[in-house]
Design a protein. Structure first.
Length: 106
């Protein structure tokens, strides 16, 4: 069983990384293993996170957002055979696919 790594711990680690680092590539390299650890950690995931809007083909669930909006943690679920083309939000991001375990930096 995976070790417990809470959302609060994950957010605190994200804050620490982004306080020390500004290069998006370095940030994603540092965050990716933490995102995988969080995804594999027991206790945070709820079945409703899989709920999607049938018309849009996905669902978005905000797990955390800083009061000044400079850091957010989202869970995005896609319906089968749905998706989006690669695009840029002009910020760093770490995303994953699969059953909360296989993560990729983006």
């Amino acid at each position: 069983m995976a070790d417990s790594y809470t959302l609060d711990q994950y957010v605190n680690d994200l804050r620490a990384i982004t306080a020390k680092e500004t290069d998006p590539v370095k940030i994603t390299d540092l965050v990716a293993p933490l995102a995988k650890r969080f995804a594999q950690s027991p206790g945070w995931y709820h079945p409703e996170y899989c709920e999607c809007d049938a018309e849009q083909g996905f669902g978005v669930h905000m797990l955390h957002e800083e009061p000044n909006y400079d850091l957010a943690v989202f869970l995005v679920s896609w319906l089968p055979n749905r998706g989006t083309t690669p695009h840029n939000h002009k910020t760093w991001a770490v995303g994953g696919r699969g059953e909360r375990v296989q993560l990729q930096s983006a």
